[in-house]
Design a protein around this ligand. Structure first.
Ligand code: NAD
Ligand code: UPG
Length: 469
């Protein structure tokens, strides 16, 4: 009989820890869920009396938090206390690409994971189930186990891998009705018992047949593999988008045509200015690094091509703006509609917009940004992070607007970088009247009605369609 869980702690109150724990607390009112983080400001925001001010924008999330917070969902910076009291500890801290030392630019930086493991080892006095929620290289559980089991204080640990598959912008929907929940554990009886305890938590709202159980290594590797396959589809359709632009084929028609083949399927075939987000690039680089470290050159090269194609797509979008605007954007105003890496999120990590902006700034363009959910400080911090130029220069050439019409006023061109629905409903005649002529639109998201805009007078370039004459 698996032990019934009553107290859960989650280390890391970010894009994954916050929403996943909020949903567990919502669905299991008899389980106390405490989410902890070192970042005081983030925890304060999760505890903000006005639930609309929680630090992550996700449709439906404030309702879930509003329902459970203070009842059985708590946010705190007291990490030791939460570890001490919990039976199950989720580790949901960031695992970014390493920026130093061996594996720099490729491998996952596991220092935050190791710190968590050491903290658990130091604090725990009773047996714990430790769950890897963060995305990790295959065999990380071995290292976590080593750290935990060598403390010699008599505490027994079981390590489970329970990777998260939610996508931002649809996190609550994905958590309420996941395609699957994946849990990996040791094949020993104790491992299987721990695994069953966690299965029982999810089974409160997820149909049993959607809860998959595997060994630890399959679970860890499945997460990297899922992201690699998804990103590969985007790079594949983006590769074809360039060929479409040269041949008169329309990439959205090609995508529709192949997507109706049930073996291919219609999802994740939307050509774009390039995928962004905190996961795809990081996880594929990690996969490439792991393959190289096992000496699997062809395997590594194969997956690396997904990233190479994505970088090419971002760059060629920027190059096309320069080329179309008579080979110079120096001193011209280019309005960016969207900065987030996809719609319905305020997350900008690895957003294509950052790299397109950087390329245009090299060409001395002035950039006017409007995004419904991204504040100005975030835009500047994303550009400063690249360290291409100093902060003053970024501030000098980039202006962030709170009104899209102001952002587009007097612009030579508009670039659509994020597929926010509201962009479709703008008064495009009004925008056209306020712009320099010819007025160009570069739609990197297949969002706008090309025919209607052309009728108004715009010169429209939609990614994956024949270029503007
Ligand atoms: N963002 C996503 O959509 C997504 C989806 C699936 C999986 N993942 C994976 O989940 C993990 C977390 O991603 P995220 O987007 O939530 O990251 P995030 O940066 O939003 O959140 C991580 C949090 O962990 C905190 N933290 C780090 N070390 C800590 C420590 N020792 N003690 C307490 N708190 C600590 C940080 O302060 C931060 O608030 C990553 O491995 C990521 O790859 C992310
Ligand atoms: O047809 C498509 C689909 C997506 N994208 C882009 O790809 C990026 C990633 O989108 P998406 O996967 O929807 O969002 P993420 O929140 O990054 O979610 C991915 O990464 C998460 C973190 O690991 C996983 O949990 C999810 O399953 C996985 O979809 C975004 O820039 C999208 O605009 C396209 O360009 N075309």
């Amino acid at each position: 009989m698996a032990k019934k869980i009553t107290k859960i702690c989650c280390i890391g109150a970010g894009y994954v820890g916050g929403p996943t724990m909020a949903v567990i607390a919502q669905k299991c009112p008899d389980i106390t869920v405490t989410v902890v983080d070192l970042n005081q400001a983030r925890i304060d925001a999760w505890n903000d009396p006005d639930v609309e001010n929680i630090p992550i924008y996700e449709p439906g999330l404030s309702d879930v938090v509003g329902e459970a917070r203070g009842r059985n969902l708590f946010f705190s910076t007291d990490v030791d206390k939460a570890i001490d009291e919990a039976e199950v500890i989720f580790i949901s801290v960031n695992t970014p690409t390493k920026t130093y030392g061996s594996g720099k630019g490729m491998a996952a930086d596991l220092k935050y994971i190791e710190l968590c493991a050491r903290q658990i080892a130091r604090v725990a006095k009773t047996d714990k189930i430790v769950v890897e929620k963060s995305t990790l290289p295959v065999r990380t559980a071995e290292a976590v186990k080593n750290i935990l089991q060598n403390t010699g204080n008599g505490v027994n640990y079981q390590i489970l891998s329970n990777p998260e598959f939610l996508a931002e912008g649809t996190a609550v929907e994905d958590l309420h009705a996941p395609d699957r929940v994946l849990i990996g554990g040791d094949t020993t009886p104790e491992g299987q018992e721990a695994l069953q305890s966690l299965v029982d938590v999810y089974a409160r709202w997820v149909p049993r047949e959607r809860i998959l159980t595997t060994n630890l290594w399959s679970s860890e590797l499945s997460k990297l593999t899922a992201n690699a396959f998804l990103a590969q589809r985007v790079s594949s359709i983006n590769a074809l988008s360039e060929l479409c632009e040269r041949t008169g084929a329309d990439v959205s028609e090609v995508a529709r045509s192949i997507g109706t083949d049930s073996r291919i399927g219609p999802k994740f075939l939307k050509s774009s200015v390039g995928f962004g987000g905190s996961c795809f690039q990081k996880d594929i680089l990690n996969l490439v690094y792991i393959a190289r470290s096992y000496g699997l050159k062809e395997v590594a090269d194969y997956w690396e091509q997904v990233i190479i194609m994505n970088d090419h797509q971002k760059r060629r979008f920027a190059n096309n703006i320069v080329k179309t605007l008579y080979n110079t954007v120096s001193g011209k105003k280019i309005a960016f509609l969207g900065w987030a890496f996809k719609k319905d999120t305020n997350d900008t990590r690895e957003s294509a917009a950052i790299y397109v902006a950087d390329d245009l700034l090299h060409e001395q363009a002035g950039i006017a940004v409007y995004d419904p959910k991204v504040p100005a400080e975030q835009v500047y911090s994303d550009l400063d992070y690249l360290e291409t130029r100093n902060s003053e220069k970024n501030k000098q050439y980039v202006t962030v607007f709170e009104d899209p019409y102001e952002a587009c006023k007097d612009a030579h061109a508009i670039a659509v970088l994020t597929e926010w629905d509201q962009f479709k409903d703008y008064d495009w005649k009004r925008i056209y009247d306020g712009m320099k002529k010819p007025a160009f639109i570069f739609d990197g998201r297949h969002l706008l009605n090309e025919a209607a805009l052309t009728e108004i007078g715009f010169k429209v370039y939609t990614i994956g369609k024949e270029a503007v004459k």
